[in-house]
Design a protein around this ligand. Structure first.
Ligand SMILES: Cc1cc2nc3c(=O)[nH]c(=O)nc-3n(C[C@H](O)[C@H](O)[C@H](O)COP(=O)(O)OP(=O)(O)OC[C@H]3O[C@@H](n4cnc5c(N)ncnc54)[C@H](O)[C@@H]3O)c2cc1C
Length: 503
């Protein structure tokens, strides 16, 4: 049945007021594609953009969407392509009016937030209270709640968990419009605890990667915070890479180590984890480090040429939880690097990089990764043991070099939770004017390889479930049942997390 556009507009206007709904083509155009280059292919204007101010307004919109069978999409900072409408007359729920930090509990170290609270906002407020949370490299501008629902990887995962494991109490408007509260929030109005009473449904709500707005709208969430020994605020001026930040020089220290082989580097990662030192630990390809620093494609390519003999390095960051801890970290790191045939780059040579530490703590550079070539995407990403990641990385790199020689690739590997497992992303850079179709094909090849090799995939979204499912106990059938049960009218960001119009 065709949607009566005018009727829906009037109902939205009644719900949120005339100032907070729009179907102006210029506004809709702005919501028609994200910063993610692959989204260009899916570009489509939504029907309406609406800014609710409360959970009651969200419920009313969701109920109305069900009644008239109009799809809706909850969005955060609108970075991922799953925020783009795939059906006509889609309603975009933009939470710019629901941007409050409702509580910071200093003693129990958590915050209760609305959907549009950004990392920068929450981190800055937390730091005033001796607390913090790391910002993912998607940037300080992204929504804490959206990122805790989707992905959730950050630079300090060596020490602080992947954010799927940092969600506490939740207020969730199901695709039907009913409210479901998870964790302690389900028992009273206290959000301090994520598990129980009753079954813990956070796996259903987000799993490892997220439901991409396909299972309703989360309107309130408690997230963990962590102890912070740095300043209450750090002021900055200018734009990266020329940004100047007032930040205590002795708060954190960066070390870079190079190794004769990736095996040696991974052995060193294991030992660093075993020693439980440091805040941040990465095996990083030099190409990835160069991408945000370069100011042009020419500069990027010449930096790659200049550093072509150093393919990768370990980046280790120590935090001053106490001066003795930093000294201990340094000694243990040095010993481990030497024992694994590595070489610690002298302090004077990494002096200028120390200036970049605040940029990792409150990241704003990641979109610069896209700049040098214009196109960026993740070819393959997994969560596995570090050894398994190493084997797969070698194979996948060799495959890219042979089959897609036009792409530049880079990777990073992070041991998670002191090495209990690890996360890796192997990404491609390409010119979207000439190589967009090839990049999309390459991504599909990657998903099929994951299915064949039965890797624990961390970046699967949307159609990937159909390809991966048969190799993993046909989980796509269960996912389809869940979507059908929770969203029988298929209005919550279809076709995510899976398309239920197919059998
Ligand atoms: C260059 C680049 C670097 C990146 N680096 C990282 C990284 O380091 N770590 C990482 O974790 N991710 C990363 N990402 C991936 C991803 O884009 C972000 O995790 C995510 O976009 C962050 O939040 P957002 O506010 O932009 O969410 P959005 O893109 O707005 O939303 C993400 C998904 O969540 C859904 N959603 C949003 N709000 C709600 C809600 N209230 N209820 C239910 N569903 C909702 C949306 O429908 C969408 O499907 C990166 C992306 C790019 C382009």
């Amino acid at each position: 049945m065709p949607v009566d556009h005018q009727l829906i507009y009037e109902l939205l206007e009644e719900t949120v007021g005339p100032d907070y709904v729009s179907d102006d083509p210029a506004v809709l155009e702005a919501y028609s594609r994200t910063g993610w280059i692959l989204g260009r292919k899916l570009k489509r204007r939504p029907g309406f953009v609406v800014l609710p101010s409360s959970v009651q307004e969200v419920q009313a919109i969701v109920r109305m969407a069900n009644k008239y069978k109009v799809p809706f999409i909850p969005v955060g900072s609108f970075l991922h392509w799953s925020c783009q409408a795939t059906y006509p007359e889609t309603i975009i729920l933009d939470f710019k009016r629901m941007d409050k930090i409702l509580k910071i509990d200093e003693k129990n170290k958590y915050a209760v937030i609305e959907p549009y609270v950004t990392y920068t906002q929450l981190q800055a407020e937390a730091m005033k209270r001796g607390l913090w949370l790391p910002v993912p490299s998607s940037g300080g501008n992204t929504s804490v709640l959206a990122n805790h629902l989707f992905c959730g990887s950050h630079f300090a995962m060596h020490r602080i968990p992947y954010y799927a494991r940092a969600v506490l109490g939740v207020e969730w408007v199901l695709p039907s419009g009913e409210i479901l509260k998870l964790g302690s929030a389900g028992y009273g109005d206290d959000y301090f605890w994520g598990e129980g009473p009753g079954p813990d449904l956070r796996g259903l709500m987000r799993g490892y990667v997220g439901a991409l707005g396909g299972l309703g709208v989360v309107t309130k969430m408690a997230v963990r915070l962590y102890p912070w020994t740095g300043p209450d605020a750090f002021h900055c001026r200018g734009v990266f890479p020329e940004k100047v930040v007032e930040f205590p020089k002795d708060l954190a220290k960066l070390y870079l180590a190079i190794f004769p082989s990736t095996e040696d580097a991974v052995n060193a990662l294991y030992e660093i984890c075993r020693a439980e030192i440091g805040m941040s630990l990465h095996l990083l390809s030099t190409t990835m480090a160069m991408a945000p620093m370069a100011k042009s494609r020419e500069e990027f390519l010449s930096l790659l040429e200049a550093f072509k003999d150093i393919k990768e390095f370990i980046l280790f960051m120590s935090f001053k939880t106490s001066p003795r801890v930093m000294e201990y970290d340094r000694k243990v790191l040095q010993k481990i690097v030497e024992e694994n045939k590595g070489y610690l780059i002298p302090d004077e040579m990494v002096e200028s990089l120390q200036e970049g530490i605040p940029e990792t703590i409150r990241s704003a550079v990641s979109m610069r990764i896209l700049n040098p070539m214009g196109g960026y995407d993740v070819f393959r990403s997994w969560a596995e043991s570090l050894d398994k990641l190493l084997d797969q990385l070698k194979q996948a790199k060799a495959f890219l070099e042979e089959k897609y020689p036009d792409f530049i690739h880079f990777y990073y590997m992070i041991p998670l939770e002191l090495g209990h497992y690890g996360h890796i992303e192997l990404s491609i850079l390409y010119d979207p004017l000439t190589h967009l179709d090839e990049a999309m094909e390459c991504q599909n090849v990657g998903i099929r390889q994951d299915a064949e090799q039965k890797m624990y995939v961390t970046g699967s979204a949307g159609p990937a479930h159909e390809i991966l499912g048969p190799s993993y106990g046909n989980y796509q059938l269960l996912l389809r049942k869940i979507k059908k049960k929770l969203d029988p009218n298929n209005v919550s960001n279809p076709p995510y997390p899976i398309d239920i119009t197919k059998t």
